[in-house]
Design a protein around this ligand. Sequence first.
Ligand code: GLA
Length: 505
Amino acid sequence: MTQTFHRGLALMFLTTFVSLASPGASELTGRWVARVPNGDGTFRETVFVLKREGSTLAGSVINPSSEQPFVEGTVDGDTFTFASAPATNPRRTIYRGVIAGDEVTITLVRPGRPDQQMTARRGSDTAGRLPERIPPPALHVVPDNGLARTPPMGWNSWNRFRGSVDEATVRAIADAMVANGMRDAGYVYVNIDDTWEAGRDASGRILTNRKFPDMRALADYVHSKGLKLGIYSSPGPFTCAGYEGSYGHEADDARTYAAWGIDYLKYDWCAAGRLYTDGDMPAIYQKMGDALRATGRPIVYSLCEYGRQDVWTWGADAGGNLWRTTGDIADNWESMSRIGFGQDEHGPFAKPGHWNDPDMLEIGNGGMTATEYRTHMSLWAMLAAPLLAGNDLRSVTPEILGILTNREVIAIDQDPLGRQARRVKKDGDVEIWTRPLAARAQAVGVFNRGDTTALVTIRCEDLRLCGGYRMRDVWTHADAGTLAATQSVSVPSHGVVLWRLIPVN
Ligand code: GLA
């Protein structure tokens, strides 16, 4: 008993001594909030949840889109470190911190990227906590909104501008689309992607940040040019860039969009994944589908959940006019061709009003050759894909403009039959795709994914199209004779020959 008492005293003394020796570090336990300005009046919040036990540290890093427990946490005096993953992961982030009073400074060390320093302040117990999970509604079919009878065409800010998009840029893009003939070629939606949002006012109404001072005025301007305005949100509490999402405010936001005069919504899963499983996606997307419908305004509804959960099988029932079938495209041949040539199986699900979306165009962003951009445009046209230009239309070269506004290629994309192309033959690097068009016409694309020119011999049986067709080369705008039993054509590396076949009788 006495011995235990003495041991207890000794332990108390030791603990007091240790905490006196390093008074700051003993207070590490808690929730620390770093707010990094986005430059538009909003902040991106990272919450570090730290729990110190002696010289070890446990906890997690909370970003808008994820909460990740960290590993290898250690404390040494006023300094501490932890890592996002074990050393076997070459892409892990190492966090090095130092505590000074009510602040911790944390440096993120990431391979191949400059170090980033964040200052975090002690936050309340609710910092970084998710709102309560709202149960998904019961499933029903959202009636067809009658829009997008052909795949939507327009422009979207993300691929080129990311977080730097602002009202002046959107106005200038709208001006350019009128001046350079894009609008008259069919590109009508001017879509603002992520980073326009701020928080909400006391009544729950979504606010725009400094970059978009007056969304209604912007919509009026875009409409005055004969164009339509699109916007972006997420069913989660945060968007993918960490801005305010529509979670719990679906009806409010749909009403606000309608009041602003919005014509198109891209709805991006992002942080919804922190509250819901992929299995909940149909119900969660349906919720916004219902909310948009309830506004009475015609608003094209674009589902963006990266092709998970076989979205092509339920996207239309959730009210979707289009649904992403893939992760994000990048401006390079590898990304574009992997996506474009990977769409065959979804083909049967495309129909007027409801389209597969292999992501926005990268044409003109500089990472591919003109030949590769023609392949990009041809593939998307064959796939009946939305044609959303993703480049800076204020400074587009004649060659790129020619690719984007080729009327004959656009006509394939916009064909009223609304059937998507299928791959009919693959021989090494050469792929042949055909697409049935209205009035018994057909589109045929002969693609060469290889690194050298291919001389391709095509038998009409390969196309399953023997019979009387006139051929029209839609890139050279030249008649190409009649379809023969066998046909030889030279296709450049990464290039395409694209024909419209017109029945002779
Ligand atoms: C996701 C989407 C992109 C873009 C960004 C914006 O990555 O797939 O198309 O909207 O979010 O944060």
